[in-house]
Design a protein around this ligand. Sequence first.
Ligand code: GLU
Length: 452
Amino acid sequence: MCGIIGFVGNEPAAPILLDGLERMEYRGYDSAGVAVRSETAGLQVRKTKGRLQVLSDLIHGGADLEGNLGIGHTRWATHGEPNDINAHPHVSENGRIALVHNGIIENYLEIKEHLMRQGIHFTSDTDTEVVAQLLEFHYNECHNMLEAVGRCLRRIEGSYAFGIICADYPNALIAARKDSPLIIGYGQNGNFIASDVTAVIKYTRDVVYMDDGEIAVLTADSVDVFDDELLPVEKTHSLVDWDVSAAEKGGYAHFMAKEIMEQPEAVRKTISPRIRDGRVVLDDLHLTAEYVRDLSRIYVIACGSSYHVGVVSKYSWEKLLRRPVEVVLASEFRYCDPLVDEKTLVIVISQSGETLDTMAAMREAKRRGGRTLAIVNVVGSSIAREADDVLYTWAGPEIAVATTKAYTTQLVLMDLVGLYLADLLGTVEQSEYDAILSEMQLLPEKMRQFLS
Ligand code: GLU
């Protein structure tokens, strides 16, 4: 969801990676990291929570890391809080494969459990590390990196753009994508991959847009693209016609326009991992049918636009659950002596997860014995940490003050939770459940058509 850059060529990679990441800073991120490979030092990985400047200082602007092959990443956490360990690149257990990832691996838990049973140890909480370990697992089977990537992609579900380097392939950078943007840039002194043209525009305007299911193998002077059967694909080159200043906001006039256009993708990321085999699956929600049946009251508490999500959701929830839902402004909640007890479910909604009034209201609800469920965009934020349950909207960073994609993802997530609870209660007919769910899955494409 945030930034990927990769370089293989005839000059030091680390300063180029830092420069590319800096150009994608406008997207927002919570941590950053690079992996660079050299003949003498092998695979060197440096990563840290926080600003890119911290990473840059750590490696002295790149001077500390020798090597002409590398990958870099700015992360917007979806699985595991933002910290040094969860930052990318992730490295396989034997330290020979490093990988950066944008997106979400939906079946990561199942694969993680499988690999753990084989004795593989994990160090992070991310979905991404699973892919690094799975790659090593398949590489040990077939001793061919392209084949190992192919096998890996056949096993994982979800959205991804990957940049991969392997100590055994000192001159190759590998990339793959599905439902997350990735381009290849053809430079004078080497070749690039990037999740955003912005990152490479200083070096080249000659790019190829990768398509879903494709894998690319880049060296300093060659690029080969393969389909999901590992058969070669001929790609058409494009010439980027923006200049560097337009590139700063990904070609949009301002962040709000960019974020409006990101809504279909954001909505898809919010819902698609949570619908499996025609059912709503909320792995992170620990509410039993008995608890939901015994509920005497449901509150939705929020501020600003999130409050409006509550107001809209009240209609769909009351219709589906046949129970009253009360929507209260967080700033009022503490002062109205709310009727909260252990049979009260309190939903709190906040994009940042740091909204002070919402936080205070949530604490008050907990103090009175209520159970809290947070709908939040920022992983590891204060509200996310303190709530009894948390569901993330996975909208990616929202920079414009006026909310767009955070609002729409909150709305669809509330609908999804409403449907899930109605199913637990048995208050929704199967035919209606199916109809809502299939309409919901059409939503991203309808939004895309509407926006275009
Ligand atoms: N799901 C991955 C993580 O949480 C990648 C997030 C991203 O796209 O930055 O680490």
